[in-house]
Design a protein around this ligand. Structure first.
Ligand SMILES: *Cc1c(COP(=O)(O)O)cnc(C)c1O
Length: 368
């Protein structure tokens, strides 16, 4: 039997291959490889998709977060509240922007930022960065209420096309960042990212900082760095963006099939959608009560590309030792890190593949 990958990027490519090839030919013939009209067109299309006025392409999602924070001109060293259960990049961007990460635990059911915990920190904070984990939005109306006047920066790297109460990812915060890393719901053929906002001045600041602080060649108005989107990536992203709503719909259908196939399996807790959320299932992660690592190894031996997001939480990473957190600091996040198991999920995943994943998982779990 053939392997079932965690994500099948070739299957997605097959759907856009002709368009992408034609677009690449045009760019290669034109000779403009950074920014250019393709990037401008993608920025307009992606801003409209997010329901905001402006999008700025960046080199990757981590830079997008850093640029969003830098554009806000926050007090140097200021405290930024973010969930402990996230990819390391969220915390990295805070540090790179010259700010101080303040981690808070997540809620047990959805593993999204615990708003009560966040509220305790917001009085001393300069910004809040909720993370829309695995494809569903943090409880944004509660985050915004708790934040009061403190700016909210969404980390929407895992939530392109998701919405909450009908309002899209990227349209809730003062400014938001996303990633087009190849494995994301909207993935480039290399690194890329974007900042989205309704605020024209913030968008202009992001553009400036991400282009050496320069709007006019060789005049550098403010200190910046280099984080621009490649023209070839914009070709891929424009083509894929047109298919994203249908792809997200296929992900939802696949998640529902997993729910049916795995419902009632003892020792396994299925992921839940928070009320009000339109989930886009970047990841379908179950929780395995007993011997997650053994179950993971069995799946992998059977050719099933299951994974763990994330095995070691940010606060226990050697690189974040300076935050001073010991084991036990964020119990919900730590327990989840020991139990989570991500199953293959991508728009082209077939029912037959899902049946095989479910049967292999069930057998592995029952043996324990
Ligand atoms: C992928 C990801 C990022 C970083 O994106 P890159 O494009 O890889 O730099 C940031 N935050 C979260 C939650 C992510 O999943």
């Amino acid at each position: 039997m053939s392997d079932i990958p965690l994500v099948d990027l070739q299957a997605a490519h097959a759907e856009v291959a002709d368009e992408v090839r034609a677009g690449f030919e045009a760019v290669l013939a034109g000779g403009a490889y950074i920014k250019g009209p393709e990037v401008g067109a993608f920025e307009r299309e992606f801003a409209a998709f997010c329901g905001v006025g402006h999008a700025v392409g960046t080199a990757n999602g981590t830079d997008a977060l850093e640029l969003a924070l830098r554009a806000l001109d926050l007090a140097p060293g200021g405290r930024v509240v973010l969930p402990a259960n996230t990819f390391v990049a969220t915390a990295e961007a805070v540090v790179r922007a010259g700010l101080t990460p303040v981690l808070v635990d997540v809620d047990e059911e959805h593993l999204l930022i615990d708003v009560e915990r966040a509220a305790e920190e917001i009085g001393r904070a300069v910004a809040v960065v909720p993370v829309h984990l695995n494809g569903q939005l943090a409880p944004m109306e509660r985050v915004l209420e708790a934040a009061g006047g403190v700016p909210v920066v969404e980390d929407g790297a895992q939530s392109q096309g998701a919405a909450r109460h009908g309002r899209p990812s990227g349209s809730w915060g003062r400014i938001s960042a996303t990633s087009f890393y190849p494995g994301k719901n909207l993935g480039a053929y290399g690194d890329a990212g974007a900042v989205v906002t309704d605020d024209a001045e913030l968008a202009a600041a992001v553009r400036l900082i991400g282009d050496h602080g320069s709007a006019r060649k060789y005049l550098h108005e403010r200190f910046g760095f280099n984080s621009r989107m490649d023209t070839l990536q914009a070709v891929v992203l424009r083509s894929k963006l047109r298919r994203l709503p249908a792809w997200n719909e296929s992900r939802r259908a696949a998640a529902e099939r997993y729910d049916k196939l795995l419902g009632g399996l003892e020792g396994v807790t299925l992921p839940r959608t928070a009320p009000g959320n339109e989930h886009v299932w970047h990841l379908y992660a179950v929780r395995v009560e007993r011997d997650r690592d053994g179950v993971l190894a069995e799946l992998q031996q059977a050719g099933i590309g299951a994974g763990v997001h994330y095995p070691v939480p940010v606060h226990l990473q050697p690189a974040f030792r300076q935050l001073g957190h010991a084991e036990g600091a964020f119990p919900v996040t730590e327990r989840a890190a020991g139990q989570l198991l991500t199953l293959p999920l991508f728009p082209q995943l077939t029912e037959g593949q899902q049946v095989r994943v479910a049967e292999t998982l069930a057998a592995a779990v029952r043996r324990r």
